[in-house]
Structures are given as C-alpha cells and as structure tokens.
Write a protein that binds this ligand. Structure first.
Ligand code: SAM
Length: 296
C-alpha cells in the first residue's frame, strides 16, 4: 500500500517531469525560444488568401519586413506596425554571378556605373539585415510563389548564410496553374515526369545542357516559366521536336479567382488561339504534354 508521503513524492516527481518535458530544450513540445534570424517568406501566388499560416506566423513575429507597396496594401493588418523597407533591386539577381566574381569575368557587359550601384545595393542590404538580426530582430523578405523556382531573391540564402537563413515555402504559380488545369502533370502517356524550364535554349549561344532537343527527347510534360519568352519562336522550336497534335496550354493569372484563364490548344493551333485571346499579361505559364490529352 502506498503511504501518503510516497504518494506526495511521486506526484511531485511527476510534476517535475512534466515541467522538464515542456520547458527543457530538445524535448518535444518544449517552448524553445526562436532565435532571431532572416526568413525568405513566400506569400503565395495570386489572391492574398493563398498565403500559408506558417508564412503569416513568420511575418507576425518579424520586426523588419522587406516588401513592396502592393504587398503592404494586400496584407495591411499583418504588416501594421512593422518596420517595412523596399525589397533590394532585382538587378542583384540579374547580375548575381557577375557580382560574386567582382565583375571580373571577361565579357561581363555591365557599365561600370551600374556595377557600383548593384554592389552598393547588395552591401547595404546585407549590412541592414545583419545589424537587425544581431540586435535581436527577426527579419523577413517577402517573395511570390516558390522562392526556389526562378525566384529573384534566392541569392539571400547564400549571401546571408552566416545568419542561418530559412525559406518559408508557399504556393507557386506552378501549383496554382496545375490546379487550374485540373490534370495530373506527371501522368502523361509517354512519360511520368515533368520538366520545369525557362527555355533558356532559345537564347543565342546558351551554354547549358538543358537544350530543347534533350528535354524533348524525354517526352516529359513541360512547364515553361516565361519571363518574356518569345512565344512564337518557342512554338516554332517545339513544333520541330514534338508531334503537332501535342496538347499545349497557357494558364494566365493562375491563383487569381477573378482573372485566371486557360487557353487550350495544340502545338498546331496554339499561336492563333493565343492571338485571339488578346493581350497576355506577364503572369502566365505555358504547358505542353499529352497529360492534357483528354481536356476539351
Ligand atoms: C521570376 S518567375 C517566379 C516564379 C515564382 N517563384 C513561382 O514559383 O511562381 C516569374 C514567372 O512565373 C510565372 N508566374 C508568376 N506568377 C504567375 C501567375 N499568377 N500565373 C501564371 N504564371 C505566373 C510566369 O511565367 C513568370 O514569368
């Protein structure tokens, strides 16, 4: 039989164990203080409600947020009271490889004045973030879609690596456009794979291994992130490599309920269908592949 004293000792022991479980670092469920650091946060793609809860929580705990004016207008409550700064120039992304080598690679065609500007912008950003994190602030930079797919700010992971930076993932235009099509991107007839590309092979003297010839040889579904791709040139090149009846589609403004549209056709007629659809905004993805075969 357990004496009262034993019972009390056991109860106390149990209490100590529960407290240790809850508060000691390393135990699951423990309240580990989150260190101040830098986050590259996706706000998703399209309508503002495509943001994830995790992104919202990360922004809420941040004191300094790099974002656009449009973002401030879309999430006023979430950004209220935060110190907001404009995001660093996209020229850093554009010239990142040249920047890392100090613009020393022969053939780098960037005016000296521009080099100085971009270098300064990068240094100022690194300095601002580093000082903020070192003073105990959590800092985030807001990006659209998946920051790891053709994202213009992924360089921050490399340049701020000493601060243990993290990406908070989000809905990519790829996810939103897949949903708009309502088809299994990876369930083609000829292949069960998908290629994400920016069709860089269309550029003169592109040195990459991902040539259209090689990609086409796999017969995989293809998703083309456009970034101002010459559409007619692209279709011409694809026609030389795929059967003309291969389904092709454009998903425009994916993730925006009121503006999203799908222009569907085949390699043979997609150019005339796109022309008939009027002006196509920057935000569109191009799809090619027999996985869309049953779509009317
Ligand atoms: C610089 S990339 C960024 C992609 C982004 N990281 C993502 O995961 O969606 C920009 C390209 O993404 C595509 N894109 C971005 N937003 C889109 C949208 N709402 N609908 C369709 N395509 C979109 C377009 O092809 C555009 O040229």
């Amino acid at each position: 039989m357990i004496s009262f004293k034993n019972h009390r000792t056991r109860a106390l022991g149990a209490l100590i164990l529960i407290v240790a479980y809850l508060f000691l670092p390393g135990s699951s469920g423990a309240a580990i203080p989150d260190p101040a650091r830098f986050f590259l946060v996706s706000v998703g793609c399209g309508d503002p409600d495509n943001i994830t809860l995790k992104a919202q929580k990360t922004i809420e705990k941040s004191q300094l947020v790099f974002c656009s004016e449009k973002m401030k207008a879309l999430w006023p409550d979430m950004l209220k009271g935060k110190e907001c700064l404009p995001r660093p120039t996209v020229a850093i992304h554009k010239y990142f490889v040249a920047l890392k080598t100090g613009f020393s690679v022969p053939g780098t065609v960037i005016k000296k004045e521009k080099q100085v500007q971009v270098k300064k912008a990068l240094e100022t950003f690194i300095q601002t973030v580093t000082q903020a994190v070192k003073s105990g602030k959590t800092v985030c930079l807001l990006d659209h879609g998946d920051p790891c797919i053709y994202g213009p700010y992924i360089w921050t992971m490399e340049m701020l690596k000493d601060l243990d930076p993290k990406v908070i993932p989000g809905v990519s235009s790829l996810n939103a456009a897949n949903a708009a099509l309502g088809k299994g991107l990876t369930f083609g007839n000829a292949s069960h794979s998908a290629i994400l590309t920016n069709a860089a092979d269309l550029k003169k003297d592109y040195p990459g291994a991902d040539t259209l010839d090689r990609m086409a040889a796999t017969r995989s579904s293809m998703v083309i992130f456009t970034m101002f791709t010459d559409f007619e040139k692209l279709v011409g090149e694809l026609k030389a490599r795929y059967p003309e009846q291969t389904p092709m589609a454009l998903v425009v403004k994916a993730g925006y309920d009121a503006q999203e549209r799908v222009i569907q056709g085949t390699l043979a007629d997609i150019v005339s269908r796109v022309k008939a659809a009027g002006k196509i905004p920057f935000e569109h993805l191009i799809y090619l592949g027999d996985f869309m075969e049953t779509v009317e």
